[in-house]
Design a protein. Sequence first.
Length: 585
Amino acid sequence: MNVILITACPSGMATTFLAARRLEQAASRLGWTTTVEMHGELAPVEPASAESIAAADLVVVAADTVPNPQRFAGKSLYQASIAEALPDPSGFLERAQAEAAAYTPPADDAKDGAKPVATDTAGAKRIVAVTACPTGVAHTFMAAEALSEAGRALGHEIRVETQGSVGAQDKLTEEEIAAADVVLLACDIEVDPTRFAGKRIYRTSTGSALKKPRQAIEAALAEADVETAGGAASGGEAKKSVKDKGVYKHLLTGVSFMLPMVVAGGLLIALSFVFGIEAFKEEGTFAAALMQIGGGTAFALMVPVLAGYIAYSIADRPGIAPGMIGGMLASNLGAGFIGGILAGFLAGYVAKAVADYVKLPSSIESLKPILIIPLVASLVTGLTMIYVVGEPVAAVLSTLTNFLENMGSANAVLLGILLGAMMCFDMGGPVNKAAYTFGVGLLASETYAPMAAVMASGMVPAIGMGIASFVAKSKFSEPEREAGKASFVLGLCFISEGAIPFAAKDPLRVIPACMIGGAITGAISMLVGAKLMAPHGGIFVLLIPNAITPVFLYLAAIVIGSLVTGLGYALIKRGSQEVSVAANA
């Protein structure tokens, strides 16, 4: 008997793959020939071919919805939750064989039979999307998977490009963009929209796309509009995003481009310490060369890059030059990352104002982006930084740095509690990113303690959920236990988002438990004077000598906070059956 097995879990984590393997093994014991289609974020989807579907005697879907349902019109199909498949895969397959019935797709999807979705199919649309978060790690890819799953479940043809830390992946082609009915940009940072000129565009955040992918797609289809040059897409959330969250988005764009400089510079500085804490002071040595690359160059570029790409987010390419010039002035004047942020916004808005409001004869209009805008914006930004902003901001930054370096243990603990709780409040959301940006920014002034507290606390939610799912196995369903394993690994990598599936299901218990554990970790980290050179990498930064000091006390802070979160949540969590009953009531 030929069978197609399809698995998909809500979080797109390891449960998808575990269920597929167990069902495949059970089918093999029954003597069935299987084709497996897995929908998860750990590997790209390989859809069943038309030939496999045509030859299939039975289609078994272990998921909440049937992906791309029009394919299976008329086929013998059985669908149930993935949670039902894991405990007894053999029994699940036997039920599937006994209860399967001829499948009729939803009305809009069945118009064209089992053919692939096309633009002329009633109700079906072609959608292209881009996802991008500030760090380019977790949210970028999780949002892409959520949109892909939701789009297929709604019967649309969707392609998603991810712009993560390693650059663009699954890049959209010109043909795909040209054929698209709508462009969905789920981005927390600015991405180049010029290739979508003339297309209907809808903008939202990666968080919204991850948590409410169906609503995001439906809103995009209903509210997207053609952007004007340099303008924003219309639509409810798009307008809200531009008006209310524009400043935040510009800041995160600058931070995302600055991060590689911070990581490279911090680790190179740490490597120079391998030869002795002051070995770099001896000219001509390898340690001195490492310090020159990391501290003298990479760290020197941090603030200019931050300012330049804030301005880029506001004014596009013409903003880069005045932004970087203003950022370099801020760095030279001692205004640090605070001055760089102000310089970036000033340069960006001046450049945008010149572009929008300065009208020139058509014969010299082409000179505006390469001559007029850089000159005027650089002049205004530079003079403002030198004569108005530079010295006051430098004094503020100096006061802040001195306070952080000389604060007593009580103040250190309070700061650690604040940063730790913020990192665990929304796990990748605005509050989390605010604390993270604060820690990263201080690295430019060689203040490393807040960054250590931020990263340690950010690891706690995901690790804690992994611990809870192991300690209180009876309170978690099989899919939740598998998600807990994935969450634990993500936590070790400093990806707080691993805890999102748990927080989404039980926010009133998960979030307070995470915040308490994170606050404890942050407090201990600050109390022991832990310092961190790199702003990302999680536990694996320990592989770089001197990147974290003191190592064992820092690890102890992470372990203690994670245990508090994990054991605390295990204690207060209701059993999975009780939760299910309450949810169905």
